[in-house]
Design a protein around this ligand. Sequence first.
Ligand code: CTP
Ligand code: MG
Length: 243
Amino acid sequence: MKVFVIIPAAGLGTRMISAWSGKREKPVATKQFTELDGVPVLVRTLANFAGSPDVSQIYVALRASEIGPFRERLRKDFPEIVAKNPVLVEGGEHRQASVGNALAQVSAASDDVVLVHDAVRPFVTHDMIREVIQAAQRYGAAIAGVPAVDTVKQVERTAEGAVIKATIPRQQVVLAQTPQGFRYEVLKKAFDEATADGFAGTDEASLVERSGHPVMVVMGAASNIKITTPADFDLAEFYLKHS
Ligand code: CTP
Ligand code: MG
């Protein structure tokens, strides 16, 4: 069994930009290329997979204009990543399209495992990666998730904001993270069906769920943050210091 990893890194970081305030210096790069202690977020993420002995091949989806510069940056500063021969592919307009473009380049056997992991979750651990791989192998589909600590409300959006429609029992809720791992045949089928039906999801699990395959949840971690808004960089610096 081989393990392929897809890292979608072709986003524009619009929530990061729209939430920017005068309190910080304007970013010069999209969040996945922003440096934490001199190392771009994407490189930190890649290093966690490049350093995993289970991983055969890594695919990174990037905007077309970023492929050349990123390849050059890796060559210059991060030989340990280059040694793993990551394949840099062009991303798409939405995350699903970026993952789909990479998936189209993967030539896997049906029971090989494909992991998908956000470029902007740099604190994923080797243990978490291994657990998702093992569960994906065993059950066909598995993701990292964490229990909800806040009470979750279902709302209806209104002109004034939102009105609560129901309270969702906390035990019934898990917050989905990545890695999300699948047997190749399971993920491929789910993508093909979503494409045929024009379905758009915000993660791979949602495509697999609708294809009818059960998706297991393994324990993620609070530290496995998705860098989304400016304050997340403060959190990232905190986790960096304490990791
Ligand atoms: N992503 C991608 N291709 C896209 C959109 C997103 O590869 N067309 C990637 C992002 O680069 C990121 C991951 O998907 O690594 C998770 O997406 P998100 O956190 O939403 O990042 P952005 O889409 O860049 O941010 P925003 O939604 O705020 O614009
Ligand atoms: Mg997005």
